[in-house]
Write a protein of this length. Structure first.
Length: 256
C-alpha cells in the first residue's frame, strides 16, 4: 500500500466530503499527465514555477511558508534580512544548492556560509519574504530545483516536464508529467479545453459548445482566471494570489 503523507494531504485542502460529492477519491492519486493551454504570459510563468523553486511560498490558504528557505529574520527596521537555506537540495543536473545560487537576486546578497544568505535592502521592507514568493523571484541555476525537470522545452510554445523520483518535496506532485502549450487566442485555448485536448486553460468563459457540467471554474465562479476539466481533482482551497492555484497546479492537483 502506498504511504500517504497526512500533512501533505491536509495541506492540499482535499476535503473528503466535497470530493465524495463529485465522485472523486479523497486520496490523491499518483500518475497521469496534466495538460494545460496557456496564454503567452502565463506560459512562461507556469514553466518557471514548475521547474524552479522560490525561497518562500504562499500556500493555497494564503499563509507564508518556506520553500528553499526554512527560516528567516530581519533587523529592527526590516532592511537587513537573513535566510537559512534548506539542506540536501540539488539542482536537476546534480549540482548542490547553496548560498551561491541566491546571488542573482536584485539586492545586495552576501553568503554568510553555505546555507545562510544576508540580503541588504536599500530601504526597509517588512514584506520581503512575501515578495520572494512571487513569480519572477525563482532561484535559477543552469537547471532548476523544482519538482519537475525539463523533458522538452520549445521556448514560448511547448513544455513537457517529468516528475523527479527523488526530491525533497515527497508530499507534493501527483502527476507523472505535465505539458503546457501556448496559444495566444482565447478561443483556441477554449476549444482545446472543450475538445478534451487539455485539462485546464486560462480562459474565463467556456466555449459556447462546451457542457458546463464537465468543467470547474477557478478560483471561483465570481472571479474566474482559468477553467479546468473534471478529469483533474482540484483541492477545496485554491491559491488566489495568481492564476493556476498560485501557479502550483503541477504540485497540488491530481487526476480524478
Amino acid at each position: 500500500m502506498t504511504r500517504i503523507d497526512r500533512r501533505a494531504l491536509f495541506a492540499s485542502g482535499a476535503a473528503a466530503a466535497l470530493l465524495a460529492a463529485t465522485g472523486a477519491s479523497a486520496l490523491p492519486q499518483r500518475g497521469g499527465r496534466l495538460r494545460a493551454a496557456l496564454s503567452p504570459e502565463l506560459f512562461e510563468r507556469a514553466v518557471a514555477a514548475t521547474v524552479y523553486d522560490n525561497l518562500t511560498e504562499i500556500a493555497a490558504d494564503g499563509t507564508l511558508r518556506g520553500e528553499l528557505a526554512t527560516d528567516w529574520s530581519s533587523d529592527a527596521d526590516a532592511r537587513v534580512w537573513r535566510f537559512k537555506l534548506r539542506e540536501g537540495v540539488t539542482f536537476h543536473d546534480g549540482t548542490p544548492f547553496d548560498a551561491s545560487a541566491v546571488a542573482h537576486l536584485m539586492w545586495d546578497v552576501e553568503a554568510l556560509d553555505a546555507l545562510t544568505v544576508q540580503i541588504t535592502l536599500d530601504a526597509p521592507n517588512p514584506s520581503l519574504p512575501y515578495l520572494l514568493a512571487q513569480p519572477g523571484f525563482e532561484i535559477c541555476g543552469a537547471t532548476g530545483t523544482g519538482l519537475y525537470e525539463v523533458q522538452k522545452l520549445d521556448e514560448g510554445r511547448h513544455f513537457i516536464g517529468t516528475r523527479l523520483a527523488d526530491h525533497w518535496k515527497q508530499g507534493a506532485g501527483w502527476f507523472d508529467s505535465v505539458e503546457f502549450v501556448q496559444f495566444s487566442a482565447d478561443h483556441v485555448r477554449g476549444e482545446a479545453l472543450r475538445d478534451g485536448l487539455v485539462d485546464v486553460a486560462d480562459v474565463i468563459a467556456l466555449d459556447d459548445y462546451a457542457d458546463p457540467r464537465d468543467f470547474q471554474t477557478l478560483p471561483n465562479a465570481h472571479a474566474p482566471t482559468h477553467i479546468a476539466s473534471r478529469s483533474v481533482t482540484v483541492p477545496v482551497t485554491v491559491g488566489k494570489s495568481w492564476p493556476l492555484d498560485n501557479l502550483r497546479m503541477s504540485e497540488r492537483w491530481w487526476m480524478a
